[in-house]
Ligand binder design. Structure first.
Ligand code: DX5
Ligand code: ZN
Length: 247
């Protein structure tokens, strides 16, 4: 059960759990290539793109042209914080998105957005497939995921309200992760779980231990000092944390 329409990339990510997905928004934009090369050399595999439209959340960042312009061997994890993403997804897929995550609060048609993603090909490699994700704001009930279980590969819980890097991790996230994990396993599905926001050197181990398999981190890696060292530390701590999981 629950294995319908899974892609090779989903399987690859599952096998590599825990992974960090590093938020490009916190990088030094004047040295973007250098910063990305540094984290790639440190072993990072995923780059997180925070797409904000100034409507779904107050901040406005970048769109599909920027996602496309970033030439990298890293997987592109595109977090869409935009209103009504259904008809806008194609542009991000064409821009090379490997993971596409839409917010359940951003559209009346989140199920259709996921179905639509299932029909699309990965622009980097058609064999790879696209990971279909949904994201939930901290105030959104976990139950909203239940009707989507057959269509989703990845559920990402925000531990902050969308809009800004460098915010504080919401303590409620632990119980939410627990409830999500139970819902997925009770339904006998096999879905990746992620957390985004407020993840630092001090808490990444604990967040991995809570069951987060893909851990988004921005300002803790791109701190203006040592992205490679920070990324290595974060990956190491995440690995140790995952080793402490009880279920
Ligand atoms: C919040 C974004 C996050 C955030 C991560 O709107 O989705 O990806 O910028 O940044 P840090 O790790 O600095 O909280
Ligand atoms: Zn994000």
């Amino acid at each position: 059960m629950g294995t319908g329409r899974r892609t090779p990339l989903v399987e690859e990510l599952k096998a590599a759990d825990p992974l960090i997905s590093v938020g490009v928004l916190s990088a030094d934009m004047m040295d973007l290539r250098g910063q990305i090369d540094e984290i790639e050399a440190a072993g990072v595999r995923i780059l997180h793109f925070d797409v904000m439209d100034g409507c779904f959340c107050p901040m406005l960042t970048f769109g599909a042209p920027f996602v496309k312009a970033v030439k990298t061997g890293l997987l592109k994890d595109v977090h869409l914080m935009i209103e009504e993403p259904v008809d806008k997804i194609d542009a991000y897929v064409a821009a090379g998105a490997d993971i596409v995550t839409v917010h359940v609060e951003s559209t009346r048609h989140v199920h259709r957005a996921l179905q639509r993603l299932a029909e699309m090909q990965n622009a980097n490699d058609p064999e790879r497939g696209i990971v279909r994700g949904v994201a939930l704001n901290p105030g959104t009930p976990i139950e909203t995921v239940r009707p989507l279980l057959d269509e989703v590969n990845f559920v990402m819980l925000l531990a902050v309200n969308p809009g800004w890097g460098g915010q504080k991790f919401a303590a409620s996230t632990e119980a939410r992760l627990d409830a999500l994990g139970k819902m997925i396993s009770d339904a006998q599905h096999d879905i990746l779980i992620g957390v985004d926001g407020g993840i630092k050197k001090e808490n990444i181990g604990a967040v991995a231990a809570m069951g987060a398999q893909i851990i988004v981190t921005g300002s803790a890696v791109f701190d203006g000092k040592d992205p490679a060292g920070n990324a290595a530390f974060m990956m190491d701590e995440a690995g140790k944390g995952a080793g402490r999981r009880t279920s």
